[in-house]
Design a protein around this ligand. Structure first.
Ligand SMILES: *Cc1c(COP(=O)(O)O)cnc(C)c1O
Length: 361
């Protein structure tokens, strides 16, 4: 077994802050004198209810969630929201607009077609999803029940730098891979959701933020467990919630608070990304996949002059303690995922490694 922690650039599940892991470790057999682990306690117990309420309150405070929204702690991954969103929201007009800017947006788009009349509001597939469409390029239907987009495209390394203006049509957004990395005006959205395993907690927790008036109008055959209303009425505890993950989210949020909240995180994550992009732009060997105005601060995608050189880079980087830099199998090249928990030092050291590799090859 290795004795040292590596700089893990995995796209997800990904790094958690070391302080959080150490605290969880210290509390794992006996949580605050309860005589048991959080994994072992009833979700209806007073001790757990306190963890749940505190975590939810901190999430609402840190992400500035307005009063007319409900925060839900669900299971099923972000992928289950691909079904839950249309099931709950499309009933109003039977129609919805989707912007397809990557793999996950496309999966959501294909899934939604089962439930209504879905229009492609934008599709960046013409340039292999290397850019985010401009506001003027969006084909908007004022009759749509909602407009769906994915804020950060994890595989392609692009990120929306603006919030689409859709008039009265509610926005629905998948924020799985940039959740709580920057401030968001939640009041502009109908539903925001994300799997927790990239920026917030271990896999197994899915967070949905739902504008209250949009719930309760689900299609009649919506499964009980897929109804926002069911979960709102029972405060996410219709059944057993992912207790351990909620506890871990609580610890991550305390850590985030210490970083200056989402406002502090925005500065940190942006300077980390800028450092990597500038080193890559200055190199002879490497090119970035995403167009300049669309680059993601979370997933930096790049490639070298050949597949052989890519493989050499990934191998030598791993030997130097920088793991999981291989790009997604569908696009190849490299990807450095630098989520909230990746220390600045990890990115600085990777930047040095890239410079040295560029010189040596
Ligand atoms: C990882 C990811 C998903 C899939 O999440 P699951 O929790 O595995 O279902 C969906 N959307 C985006 C943007 C992602 O990064």
């Amino acid at each position: 077994m290795g004795t040292q922690r590596v700089y893990n650039f995995s796209a997800g599940p990904s790094m958690l802050p070391l302080e959080v892991l150490e605290r969880a470790g210290a509390e794992i057999t006996n949580y605050q004198g309860s005589g048991m682990s959080v994994m072992e306690m009833s979700h209806r117990s007073k001790v757990f209810q306190k963890i749940f309420d505190g975590t939810k309150a901190n999430f609402i405070r840190l992400f500035h969630v307005p009063d007319n929204y409900k925060v839900l702690f669900l299971q099923g991954g972000a992928s289950s929201q691909f079904s839950m969103v249309p099931l709950n929201l499309i009933g109003r007009t039977g129609k919805a607009d989707y912007a397809v800017t990557g793999n996950f947006a496309n999966v959501a788009y294909q899934e939604a077609k089962k439930y209504g009349e879905i229009s492609l509001a934008a599709d960046s597939g013409d340039k292999n999803h290397t850019y985010i469409p401009q506001q003027g390029q969006l084909k908007l239907d004022p009759q749509a029940s909602y407009f769906y987009y994915c804020a950060n495209n994890t595989i392609y390394g692009t990120e929306w730098q603006y919030v689409p203006d859709t008039g009265n049509v509610p926005l629905v957004c998948d924020m799985s891979s940039n959740f709580l990395s920057r401030p968001v005006d939640v009041s502009k959205y109908g539903v925001i959701f994300g799997g927790a395993q990239k920026n917030l907690a271990p896999a197994g927790l899915t967070i949905a933020i739902v504008r209250e008036d949009l719930a309760g109008r689900e299609l009649p055959y919506t499964p009980l467990m897929m109804s926002y209303k069911t979960m709102i009425d029972k405060d996410s505890m219709y059944n057993t919630p992912p207790c351990w993950c909620i506890y871990m989210l609580g610890l991550v949020l305390e850590w985030l608070d210490d970083q200056g909240g989402v406002e502090g995180m925005e500065k940190i994550k942006h300077s980390k990304a800028q450092l990597l992009y500038s080193v890559l732009d200055d190199s002879r060997l490497f090119t970035c996949a995403a167009e300049k105005g669309s680059r993601s601060d979370m997933n930096v995608t790049f490639r070298s002059v050949s597949e052989e050189m890519d493989a050499k880079f990934v191998k030598e980087a791993a030997e130097a303690g920088f793991t999981n830099l291989k790009g997604h199998r569908s696009v190849g090249g490299m990807r450095a995922s630098i989520y909230n928990a990746m220390p600045v030092e990890g990115v600085e050291k990777l930047a040095d490694f890239i410079r040295a590799f560029d010189k040596a090859n």
